[in-house]
Design a protein around this ligand. Sequence first.
Ligand SMILES: NC(=O)c1ccc[n+]([C@@H]2O[C@H](COP(=O)([O-])OP(=O)(O)OC[C@H]3O[C@@H](n4cnc5c(N)ncnc54)[C@H](O)[C@@H]3O)[C@@H](O)[C@H]2O)c1
Length: 429
Amino acid sequence: MKISIIGTGYVGLCTGAGFASLGHEVICVDISQEKVDMINSGKPPIYEKGLEEMLKQCIKNKTIKATTDLGYAVLNSQVSFIAVGTPSEKDGSIDLNYIKQVSADIGKAIKKKNGHIIVVKSTVLPETTGSVVIPLLEKNSAKRAGSDFGVCMNPEFLREGMALEDFLHPDRIVIGEYDKESGDVLEKLYKDFKAPILRSDLKTAEMIKYASNSFLATKVSFINEIGNICKRLGIDVYDVAKGMAYDKRISPLFLQAGCGFGGSCFKKDLMALISKAVELNYEARILNSAIETNSLQPMKIIELLEKRLKDLKNKNIAVLGLAFKPETDDIRDTPAIDIIRALLEKGAVINAYDPKAEENMRKIFPDINYCEDAGKALKDSDACLILTEWQEFKNLSDKDFDAMREKIVIEGRKVLNPDMVTDFEGICW
Ligand SMILES: NC(=O)c1ccc[n+]([C@@H]2O[C@H](COP(=O)([O-])OP(=O)(O)OC[C@H]3O[C@@H](n4cnc5c(N)ncnc54)[C@H](O)[C@@H]3O)[C@@H](O)[C@H]2O)c1
C-alpha cells in the first residue's frame, strides 16, 4: 500500500520505517528540512534501537523516502497517518495546533482527489478527531468525510526503546472508524500482524489510548507509594512486587519502583485527560494523585543524598543516566531534569553520563560536566546517583566505584548487583 506519514518524530518515523520494512511504499513528511535530509541519507534524527539499520535497508529497497512537501506525499499515497506532537499547554490541556495545521493542509491537498483515507495516530482526546480534525478536513477540501474521503483513529501504544518491536508485534491494534470502508482498508493493512484487532467508533479509540496510559502511570505511582512505605519499614519493595506479580490480575510489568515516570506521554496525557474531565465537570482524583505522587518522587533521592552528605555545596555528584528510560535518547519529562536542577540549586558540581541522551540534555543544562563514560563520572565523586537502568550500569563493579572519593551510591532505578561490596541504597528499597 502507498502510505504517507505526517510528522516523523518517535512515532512517525518508527511507524514509517516499520511499514516500509514490510514492503509498503512510505513517504515521510516533516516540516524540518534537517530531519527530512537525515532520513533520506539513512540517519534517523532520533535514537531508537534497530532503527538506523531498518531505515538504511528500506532506503536501499526504495520503500521509504522523506519530504517537506505534504501535498506531494498525500497525492502519492492512499492513506495518510497523522503522527505530529500533541504537547501540553501551560495549564495542562492539550495543544492541538500541530494537529489543526496538518488537518487543514491535508484538506487542501485532497481538494483534487477522492477516496483518500486520513488516520489520526497522534494521541488526541476523545471527540478530537470528530470535532476538530474532520471539520478542518471538510472545510479545506470542500468535501464530505465518509463519502469523498475516509477517516480513522488508530492510537499508537509503542514504547520508546522497544518501538520497532512494539510496532511489528503489538499487543492489540485499535481501529476507530468514521466510515466502515476506511476501517476495512486499515484492517487489511494490519492483516499480517499477529495481534487482536479491535474496531470501534472514533472517540472510543481515542479513549482507549488515554485510559491505557493513565492506568500504566497510576500503576507506577502506586508501586512508588508502596515503595516509600516499604522504605520506612526496612522492606525491599522489589521483594514485595515479586510476590504481587505472581497474581495474574496484577502482572509483573510496571511494578518497578523508582524515581518516577518520565517520557513525553504519561504526564502530558494524564494532564490532558484531567482537564477534559474538568471540562465535563468531573474531578479525576486518582489521576491527579498519580501525577502528584510522581512529581514528589525524584526529590526523595535528594533527601537521601542530603542525609548522607549533609551540605551538597561544591560536592561532586556523578549522575549516571539522563534519558527517562534505557535504549532511548529521549529526555522529555525525565526525572533527571528535576534532580539535576535541585542539585544545582544546592551548589553541587555535576558530572553526568548517559550513553545516548547527552546531546539532548546539553540543550537544557549546557553548563554541567558531561563525561565520556561512567568511570570518568565516578572518578573523585562524593556520591553517585543512578537514574536510568542502562544495561552498561548493570555491569559496573566494585572496582568502578573504588575511584570515588566517598562510595555513596543511591539508586533511583534498581540496577546494581546486590552481591556488590559497594555500599548502595535504593530510593525506596
Ligand atoms: N513518543 C512516544 O513514545 C509515543 C507513543 C505513543 C503515542 N505517542 C503520541 O504520538 C504523537 C507523536 O509523538 P512523538 O513523540 O513522535 O512526537 P515528536 O515530537 O517526536 O514528533 C513530532 C514530529 O512532527 C513534526 N511536525 C510538526 N508539525 C508538522 C507539520 N505541520 N507537518 C509535518 N510534520 C510536522 C515535528 O517536526 C516532529 O518531527 C503524540 O501525540 C504522542 O502523544 C507518542
